[in-house]
Design a protein around this ligand. Structure first.
Ligand SMILES: Cc1cc2nc3c(=O)[nH]c(=O)nc-3n(C[C@H](O)[C@H](O)[C@H](O)COP(=O)(O)OP(=O)(O)OC[C@H]3O[C@@H](n4cnc5c(N)ncnc54)[C@H](O)[C@@H]3O)c2cc1C
Length: 477
């Protein structure tokens, strides 16, 4: 049976961008309804670490953002981001937060204009691990305080388009029960990325086997729905992607967090291939090496190899958010060794056999060469900094398979400076908006804290403009 409801502004997806858009649309006078696919709201936002960006307005910020976003953004989109992101701290404070600076600010300090990038965490006591949750809780409390209606376990499956291409509502399908929700003013898509959609990942990400650290209901629904009504898409290949571990028993991946410097990364042939201390979010570029002649990705998975000294320093994955909070990694990694997640050998030769490294002595050679660099104080192969050069000497030795693991994707429907979704010719699709990581402004290079910063900035832009749309009437729709 089809039931019909109505609201001024419909928000599809209740994570950070959805919450911010809802708060702003409500405060601009609109009656708002949030529709959320999962039983529990919060999406990736609830799982995030801690930081959000702000910027110092001016030419430096513009130059820097333009470069990071691969010059794919129109000037007025960058201007809008700068204007609103520069007030992110005030906004979080108005909601009841107590933001404090978080260092370092810029992720790419060497790129012109980096000094304009600032990073904050939402509360002075929001340390790594609970920062995102604290931000999420703050947003959720503000939605609740305003009495904004939220329907969880209500996935939106399509947009309803009227005669002049305008989006007039959405259709949800919860277990075969169809609900049509009509929007008097506008629909805002804030339903996240495609981290858990294998087809889209294969199509758009130029790398084999990418897993994800976050929210499994982010399956690219908003991209498909927007495409169906004629939206252009952008930034589909852009990702924030550190390295991590994946085990079949768990849907999400585990982040990698080595407790000390005594480890190296080797490919499936036992050869070292990168500076293990390179940029966190761009490491996937180092592992995305492809050998066309053999149709082979020799670095996916790769291995982190370490010794007993490093093992005893602490867990090799963050304990706090271990797989969305459902797993507690053991303090000395012994449980994970017992589970077979971490391989071990009394010698490097024995370990190499368990890793199926084809030429057994390759691993021994890689470790010996690295240890030599440690004693010389210079990594002549990959310029790893001197203070990180700790040799691997104490048996047993260990190895764990490492994969690219998404924090989030950035691709989705393209939007303009007003957060209106546009078609391939740049014309707004009437009454349709998007914000957050669904069609993010971020391109090739990801500034840490940039996604939550964008949820705050474009969430407000979308909420305000959606609320200001003239209500539909028989005459105008
Ligand atoms: C472990 C981790 C740490 C991170 N740390 C940071 C950080 O410190 N700083 C930072 O800036 N970024 C960080 N990120 C990235 C950041 O969290 C996300 O990019 C951001 O939270 C996205 O917010 P959003 O509102 O766009 O999407 P989400 O918060 O993911 O919300 C999308 C919501 O839409 C819902 N949805 C999906 N499909 C539908 C549908 N068909 N109908 C209805 N609802 C639907 C989902 O269930 C979800 O609740 C991190 C990500 C992860 C995974």
């Amino acid at each position: 049976m089809t039931v019909t409801r109505e609201a001024d502004v419909i928000i599809v997806g209740y994570g950070g961008a959805g919450a911010v858009a809802a708060i702003t649309a409500h405060d601009s006078g609109a009656q708002v309804l949030i529709l959320e696919k999962s039983a529990e709201a919060g999406g990736n936002t609830r799982l995030a670490v801690s930081s959000f960006t702000s910027v110092i307005p001016g030419a430096s910020a513009k130059e820097h953002l333009g470069a990071l976003c691969s010059r794919t953004l129109e000037d007025d989109v960058i201007d809008a981001y700068i204007e609103w992101a520069s007030k992110n701290v005030d906004f979080v404070r108005e909601l009841g937060g107590d933001p404090v600076p978080y260092f370092p600010g810029p992720t790419f300090p060497g790129i012109t204009g980096a000094e304009a990038m600032l990073r904050f965490r939402p509360f002075h006591d929001a340390l790594q691990g609970d920062g995102g949750r604290r931000l999420w809780r703050l947003l959720e409390e503000n939605v609740e305080k305003r009495g904004i209606e939220v329907m969880t376990s209500t996935p939106v499956c399509r947009l309803i388009q009227g005669s002049r291409k305008e989006v007039v509502g959405v259709e949800t399908n919860a277990g075969g029960s169809i609900l049509r929700v009509l929007a008097r003013r506008a629909v805002i898509l804030t339903c996240g990325g495609f981290e858990f959609d294998e087809t889209m990942k294969r199509e758009y990400l130029r790398i084999s086997q990418v897993f994800a650290l976050g929210h499994p209901d982010n399956t690219g629904d908003g991209i498909r729905m927007a495409q169906e009504v004629g939206a252009a898409i952008w930034h589909m290949g852009a990702i924030a992607c550190p390295l991590g571990y994946k085990f079949p028993e768990y849907e999400s991946a585990f982040d990698s967090h080595m407790p000390g410097e005594g480890y190296i990364a080797v490919d499936r042939y036992g050869e070292r291939f990168m500076n293990e201390y390179g940029g966190l979010y761009t490491k996937w570029l180092s592992v995305s090496h492809f050998i066309p002649e053999r149709l082979e990705w020799p670095r996916v998975p790769c291995f982190f190899v370490f010794d007993d000294r490093t093992r005893l320093l602490g867990p090799i994955s963050h304990v706090y958010g271990g797989n969305r909070g459902v797993y507690q990694w053991s303090a000395d990694n012994s449980v994970e060794i017992g589970r077979g997640w971490i391989l071990w050998g009394n010698s490097l030769a024995e370990l190499g056999e368990k890793m199926y490294v084809p030429a057994k002595n390759k691993l021994e050679m890689a470790v010996a060469r690295y240890n030599q660099f440690c004693s010389e104080g210079e990594d002549r192969d990959f310029a790893r900094s001197r203070e990180t050069l700790i040799p691997l000497e104490t048996s047993p030795f260990y190895a764990i398979e490492v994969f690219p693991c998404l924090l989030n994707t950035q691709g989705g429907p393209k939007h303009n400076a007003k957060a209106q979704v546009v078609d391939p010719w740049g014309h707004p699709i009437p009454r349709l908006y998007a914000a957050g990581e669904l069609g993010s402004i971020w391109g090739f290079m990801y500034q840490s804290g940039g996604n939550l910063g964008e949820c705050l900035a474009f969430g407000r832009i979308a909420g305000m403009n959606a609320a200001q749309e003239k209500p539909r009437t028989r005459e105008n729709s």
